[in-house]
Design a protein around this ligand. Structure first.
Ligand code: GCB
Ligand code: CA
Length: 912
């Protein structure tokens, strides 16, 4: 029921339908070629912004900063060491120079979004308010603007109060992403003729296009909508819809004549049937037609308004056993979720940056996107239409609801806005809502209250479901659940949507990765009539961290690869899995997160700077039809490790190559290392890297395939014995309590995982790896944000209780740097709701400690303690100069005075 609000206008007259003419391949008279269109122009530049409340916008006592839109006030405070970010009020103002000739027009202001409550004022008078941070909204402003006589423009002042304060009645209430405040998408002025397509229908196009029937042979199109005649007199009008193919050729059209009364709103409905041999829309060929809807004033025979919409001919269905079908053909939906922010910019990003993400997804071979957890910039769906990516779009109810009428109504409004605003995009196949709402019952374990809350949730889900189906019967619905099967089943949630989405993290938040396969089987067995999409799955990858024997939650690239390879195969193997959207396409800001890259959720398969990680190439190898050969860990070009052989000539490390070729030949510095068969998209080989540059090439054994890949790896070989003459010692950087390699890409330093001391070499003596008390998930180290450093990964790991760190370096002058951070602290970490592990984030009891540090018997640190430099989760470093004599090397000794000794990192550099 798209039109329930069309008739809320002041005067309501029934338009009389005079004639209806259908003509296929109708050629129009030239008078319409340059028909009048509405004026649409952005007003993004030259705004002023004040962070905080302002009594009135003219207040000169407050300071205003020049900004342009898109703008957020949280671009940088989400990355600092101070927990939290500004959630409050911000004011915007701008002088609007409006054309005097717009006197005769209907003028609107249109926002693509403002987060999250916006109040709009013009010349000091309130125009209106909008609630919700992710949908478009618009207001008619004729009654508020001042226009002078004659030619030229008149200055008007617009002010906008935006508020992103937490509000219990506005979704999202809490989530693992940042709720950036501000006017963060484009703002437009629209000036339309007094006769125009409806501009008061939830900031939608006012014209709704659907296909009532599509087959390969023929298609029927339905165009519905409303228009207004805001003239003081009745008008004879023609509403004309023209379908043009991608080349601009008219293939069908329809005209409907109306007599519209003065100040009236009129609905219309046009059918264009029997379009023969329509070019179907699909990921391989996303053929987009245009529907150009115009209104012609019969008196003057002039076009007065025009709206253009995309039209794709496609049909689709979900089947609980066999998955998804597009245009009658089986197609597995494979793609990703996507957040909308960039580092340093927050959510205030350009159209080009939005478009680029979708292009990157397409280049990977994705055919599906879950636009989560909220509707995004209009360019996103436009690009999906154009590139052939099917979309699920979602309103931002995340983790929990508030049991209030205001909350329910706001959510329903968001749903109606979303559907009407994005209705005409052929890429949209699913409307979704309520991400993981069963995860955080506000009543904890209090059973009766909790039970009531879950029942309320189920009831509200049903209401949203009904509303969605009533608004749009041409799409499917989905609710993305979290991985507790029983609770969703018990409260009937699995019955409500047309497609069930599961967000599953076995092998990440949950211990056993095989639990994923078991869960899929369980769904199929117990709710076998429900089509299924894995709406989220993912693992955090800090591309700077590597380990060839990775473990869950170590954030290494290698664990991420293992996780995705397991999941992808499990889903491809099961036909009842209709599709998947990995979490997440991009690394995104989640201010409350800590871990190795604080404030970031690193599950992105492209980095925050949009650099693909290995997993991206893995999917590409599976999804593209054209030859793909991509060397894995290709961003890890600066490596350093200890020689594998006794001559210090090489170090062997495994490398994965992602490919859709059967067999790959690998060359190192021009010499073949042999041929390897690929297994489900991955060819693996051990590579003997030598000191210096290693030119690594992968080519197809199939001589007809030209595609190949080359990566230059810089390898710094460390000698097995530090007095090696073949590879003279120069420097070493060791992360204690760590099993990973950590490449600091800013300083081009490679931190080695720790090792135990053996004579002639280097390493620790005594002690144990630090592990956070009561946290079973982290294999070692802490996940806290370390203050005063960007090298969180280094300081988060630690060796406890060590006696010495020894390096059998040759005689010479050295610089030794020691790094410490107190990881055992009772300073409470913020509890994160997505944190499925109950114990995680629990406060550890602060250890009291004090110890002396000697370097070659010189007392460098006297009584390092929690009462002096050793502040909780704060980086502390000391650099000392020392000489090694008599072949005794360097010995750093730790002497406990109270509690246990610690060391987080050590660097040794030979000076001469
Ligand atoms: C989820 C949430 C998503 C989080 C993700 C994660 O289940 O739906 O918002 O970002 O997990 O990375 O923890
Ligand atoms: Ca902060």
């Amino acid at each position: 029921m798209l039109y329930q609000n069309v008739f809320r206008k002041k005067t309501l007259f029934q338009a009389s339908l005079l004639t209806t003419i259908t003509c296929l391949l109708f050629i129009f008279s030239t008078t319409n070629l340059f028909g009048q269109q509405r004026i649409v122009k952005s007003i993004n530049t030259n705004w002023q912004f004040h962070k905080g409340e302002v009594a009135n916008a003219g207040d000169r006592s407050v300071s205003w900063e020049n900004v342009s839109i898109p703008h957020t006030w949280n671009a940088s405070d989400v990355m600092d060491d101070e927990p939290g970010y500004y959630r409050g009020v911000g004011w915007y103002k701008k002088t609007l120079f409006i054309d005097n000739s717009w006197k005769n027009k209907d003028v609107y202001i249109f926002f693509e979004a403002a987060n999250q409550i916006a109040d709009i004022f013009l010349n000091g008078k309130k125009v209106g308010s909008h609630i919700g941070g992710y949908n478009f909204f618009s207001f008619k402003i004729n009654d508020f603007i001042q226009l002078g006589e004659g030619a030229g423009v008149t200055a008007n002042e617009i002010t906008v109060r935006v508020d992103n304060t937490h509000n219990e009645n506005v979704a999202p209430l809490g989530a693992d992403f940042t709720f950036y405040g501000g006017i963060y998408r484009d703002v437009y002025l629209i000036a339309a003729d007094r006769i125009h397509f409806d501009l008061d229908n939830y900031a939608s196009k006012g014209v709704f296009v659907s296909t009532s029937f599509v087959s390969a042979d023929k298609a029927n199109v339905l165009i519905k909508g409303a228009f207004v005649n805001n003239n003081a007199k009745a008008k004879k009008l023609v509403v004309r819809s023209v379908i043009k193919d991608a080349e601009g050729k008219i293939i069908a059209s329809k005209e409907t004549a109306f007599k519209s009364n003065a100040a009236s709103s009129n609905s219309f409905e046009q059918r264009i049937d029997n379009i023969l041999q329509p070019k179907l829309w699909s990921p391989e060929r996303p053929y987009v037609y245009n529907v150009v809807s115009t209104i012609v004033d019969k008196e003057t025979n002039q076009q007065v308004d025009e709206v253009v919409n995309a039209l794709g001919f496609r049909w689709f269905s979900f089947d609980a056993n066999n998955g998804f079908f597009l245009n009658g053909k089986h197609l597995k939906l494979v793609g990703a979720n996507r957040h909308q922010d960039y580092p340093g910019m927050g959510n205030a990003i350009s159209d080009a940056m939005n478009i680029k993400d979708i292009e990157l997804m397409k280049q990977m071979g994705a055919n599906f996107i879950r636009i989560a957890h909220y509707p995004q910039d209009p360019t996103i769906l436009e690009t999906c239409d154009r590139l052939g990516i099917m979309a699920s779009v979602e309103i931002p109810i995340v983790n929990r609801i508030t049991e209030s009428e205001a909350f329910y109504n706001n959510c329903k409004q968001m749903m109606v806005e979303m559907i009407r605003q994005s209705y005409n995009h052929p890429s949209v196949i699913i409307w979704a809502y309520m991400n993981e709402v069963m995860i955080s019952p506000r009543y904890g374990d209090k059973t009766p209250e909790r039970d009531a809350y879950f029942k309320t949730l189920a009831n509200f889900a049903q209401q949203l479901e009904n509303l969605t189906r009533k608004e749009d019967s041409t799409r499917y619905t989905m609710i993305p659940f979290y991985g507790n099967f029983d609770v969703h089943y018990k409260y009937g949630l699995t019955k409500i949507p047309m497609v069930v989405g599961w967000n599953l993290y076995q092998g990440w938040y949950g211990a056993d990765i095989n639990g994923f396969d078991a869960f899929l089987e369980r769904h199929h067995k117990e709710v076998g009539d429900k089509p299924l999409i894995i709406s989220e799955y993912g693992a955090d990858v800090d591309a700077r961290l590597h380990d060839f024997t990775p473990t869950r939650f170590d954030k290494t690239a290698e664990y991420g690869n293992y996780y995705h390879q397991h999941y992808f195969k499990a889903m491809m193997d099961r036909s009842f899995v209709a599709g998947m959207a990995l979490w997440n396409f991009v690394e995104f800001n989640a201010e409350a997160r800590t871990e190795t890259n604080p404030h970031m959720n690193m599950k992105g398969i492209v980095s925050a700077a949009r650099e693909p990680k290995d997993v991206y190439w893995y999917y590409q190898a599976h999804l593209l039809q054209t030859p793909v050969i991509k060397i894995g860990a290709r961003n890890w070009t600066l490596r350093s490790a200890t020689a594998t052989d006794d001559n210090d000539s090489y170090c062997t490390q495994p490398v994965e190559i992602y490919t859709n070729q059967n067999e790959i030949e690998v060359l190192l510095n021009g010499k073949s290392l042999g041929k390897i068969k690929a297994d489900f998209g991955v060819a693996k080989i051990n590579v003997p890297f030598s000191n210096g540059n290693n030119k690594f090439e992968a080519i197809s054994v199939d001589k007809n395939v030209r595609e190949k890949d080359v990566v230059d790896f810089q390898f710094i070989l460390l000698p097995k014995k530090l007095n090696s003459t073949k590879v003279p010692f120069s420097d070493i950087h060791v992360s204690l309590g760590d099993e990973r390699f950590f490449t600091d890409t800013k300083e081009n330093i490679v931190w080695q995982p720790e090792q135990a001391y053996t004579p002639g070499s280097w390493g620790y003596i005594g002690g144990r790896i630090f592990k956070l008390k009561g946290n079973d998930r982290l294999p070692y180290g802490s996940d806290r944000n370390i203050i005063n450093t960007d090298l969180d990964a280094l300081y988060e790991t630690q060796r406890v209780g060590l006696e010495q760190f020894k390096l059998d370096v040759p005689d010479g002058a050295y610089e030794v740097t020691l790094h410490f951070a107190e990881l055992s602290t009772d300073k409470q970490a913020e509890k994160l709701v997505y944190n499925l592990d109950k114990n995680a984030g629990e406060a550890a009891t602060a250890e009291q400690r004090s110890f002396d540090v000697f370097v070659n018997n010189i007392p460098v640190i006297n009584g390092l303690s929690n009462t002096n430099y050793l502040l909780p989760v704060t980086a502390y470093s000391v650099k000392t100069k020392i000489s090694a004599n008599n072949n005794e090397g360097i010995t750093v000794s730790f002497k406990a005075l109270k509690g246990e000794t610690i060391l987080n990192g050590i660097e040794v550099r030979r000076v001469y």
